[in-house]
Design a protein around this ligand. Structure first.
Ligand code: GLC
Length: 538
């Protein structure tokens, strides 16, 4: 097998679609699979390689698809199995890989497995979930908290026991210590792999195994008022248990029954814990998602430190990856501010490692304010007023200035950003130097310069608001200089090391400029320097 083909996920650029919000094709205000098919040309024009879909499976939608009642069914809201097969074919015909969301930690409480498990204490499926007797006072078995508020234990009157749910009570956790559970989910994986999907993003993979003794979690000494209540305890015993790695290796093996598939893990952990998810001898996830940029202070020094820490923590041979946005965190444009959006884009596409883009970030979509009566997210409903709501980063994709932004002919399930008439794909595609234009140029340049893909990362000392690094490969060197500040800055050529020209500026107006002596950066400007490349300079 060709090494290039095997390495597609290392070279490739991933793009997350939140299916409810990408494109509606049947006029119900909710996105669907036929809508995604219709919009694949946007993704090929943008130049990405792989599309990851948030869940599209049969679901009561208590957590918008992360509560699954049939792992091998397509929810009618999104379409049919024929639509799915058509999507796989259309994606592959367009040269795109297709990644599905696998949600193995919990099912819906409407899943037949749970309905059976709940039916009696001696039902054969009882042990597929996590049941415990109450504490001596009748309260929950221990102090574990649900990420969406309240105790993580729900009492089942009929059988007189509690079941564990790390998220909503409608999302009971599966018992991954049970062999039948593992095998059932591995069969689900095979079902989709046989259909041709190119891999999985595995939901909350670090949650799969819990402490065998269900010990109380310790209090969090750093808890601050105003933070969500589940942060009052540390998740020492409820997540990130050593035994989880054997499970992930089993999942990896299932993907390897097929050619060229990828296993991505959703993991919110500090970098030194995160890297354990590559597994012993790299037999874990190929890409444990690196979310460090989602929560960083946006400054050159903070980002420089994160990159250094990550590069240092990576086990030998482990391939890095970077994420700027997803459906659970505030939009990058709102986190870094509009002026820094191009700098963030350049950072994502020049760091060493596979980048994952979140739909709409390529047109600079920002967090949309959601009025109280429009809130849909169960997290916000359960824990109101702290700003934890995720609706604001899940609003409909802005395709055009038409009514409902070209997303739907009906009122969308979440409100559109007010500025969609100016910030939309159709307008930005035609606007020279727009954020969309920049994303395309960055992706195209990444394709032309192998050093941006597989080159080493070499930090270069810089001060103040400037982040400076090199990417070096046998094919050549590129220098990246990013000004995180709102004032001009300059970098001396001794720092850059050799004479270069500008291959790309975030302002897209100085390609081909020779840089000798000093590189002047405007406020909020990033540049990529290197030896001239055919077809890049104008
Ligand atoms: C993951 C998903 C999130 C979901 C949660 C529970 O964190 O990304 O959207 O609510 O898991 O399934």
């Amino acid at each position: 097998m060709d090494q290039d083909e095997r390495d597609w996920w290392r070279r490739g650029i991933f793009y997350q679609v939140y299916p409810r919000s990408f494109q509606d094709s049947n006029g119900d205000g909710v996105g669907d699979l036929r809508g995604i098919i219709a919009r694949l040309p946007h993704l090929t024009r943008l130049g990405v390689d792989a599309v990851w879909l948030s869940p599209i499976f049969t679901s009561p939608m208590a957590d918008f698809g992360y509560d699954i009642s049939d792992y091998t069914g397509i929810d009618p809201l999104f379409g049919s199995m024929e639509d799915f097969d058509a999507l796989v074919a259309a994606a592959h015909d367009s040269g795109l890989k297709l990644i599905l969301d696998l949600v193995p930690n919990h099912t819906s409480d409407q899943h037949p497995w749970f309905i059976e498990a709940k039916s009696s204490r001696d039902n054969p499926k009882r042990d597929w979930y996590i049941w415990r007797d109450g504490a001596p006072d009748g309260g929950p078995p221990n102090n574990w908290l649900s990420e969406f508020g309240g105790s993580a234990w729900a009492y089942d009157e009929a059988s007189g026991q509690y079941y564990y749910h790390a998220f909503l009570a409608q999302q009971p956790d599966l018992n991954w210590r049970n062999r039948e559970v593992r095998d059932a989910i591995y069969d689900v994986m095979r079902f989709w792999l046989r259909k041709g999907v190119d891999g999985f993003r595995v939901d909350v993979i670090w949650h799969l195994i819990k402490d065998a003794e269900f010990r109380d979690n310790p209090p969090n000494p750093h808890y601050r008022e105003g933070r969500p209540p589940h942060e009052k305890v540390l998740t020492q015993y409820s997540t990130d248990q050593l035994e989880v790695h054997a499970v992930i290796t089993e999942m990896r093996r299932v993907t390897e029954e097929f050619d060229n598939r990828v296993l991505i893990g959703e993991i919110y952990l500090p970098l030194h814990r995160l890297v354990a998810y590559y597994g012993n001898d790299l037999r874990g996830a190929q890409m444990p998602f690196n979310f460090a940029l989602l929560s960083t202070l946006w400054s050159a020094r903070a980002v420089e430190q994160i990159v250094a820490d990550y590069e240092k923590a990576l086990p030998p041979g482990a391939w890095p990856n970077w994420v700027l946005g997803n459906h659970d965190r505030p939009r990058v444009a709102s986190r870094v501010g509009p002026a820094q959006v191009p700098v963030a884009a350049m950072l994502l596409l020049t760091l060493r490692g596979t980048p994952t883009l979140y739909y709409g970030d390529e047109i600079g979509m920002h967090q949309v304010a959601i009025a109280p009566d429009q809130v849909r997210d169960p997290f916000e409903k359960n824990v109101p007023g702290l700003g934890v709501g995720r609706d604001g980063c899940r609003t409909p994709m802005q395709w055009s200035a038409e009514r409902h932004a070209g997303f739907s002919t009906a009122t969308p399930w979440l409100p559109l950003a007010q500025d969609y008439a100016s910030d939309n794909v159709a307008r930005l595609e035609a606007a020279r130097g727009s954020i969309l234009d920049l994303y395309k140029a960055l992706i195209a340049l990444r394709r032309k310069l192998p050093q941006l893909v597989h080159g080493s990362y070499e930090p270069v000392a810089a001060h103040g608001d400037v982040l400076l690094f090199r990417r070096r490969a046998a094919e050549g060197v590129a220098v990246i200089a990013l000004n995180f500040g709102a004032a001009p800055a300059s970098v001396s050529s001794s720092a850059i090391g050799f004479s270069n020209e500008v291959l790309l500026s975030t302002f897209m107006d100085r390609q081909g400029e020779k840089v000798e002596g000093v590189l002047d950066l405007r406020a909020n400007e990033g540049v990529i320097l290197g030896p001239p490349v055919d077809g890049v300079t104008e």
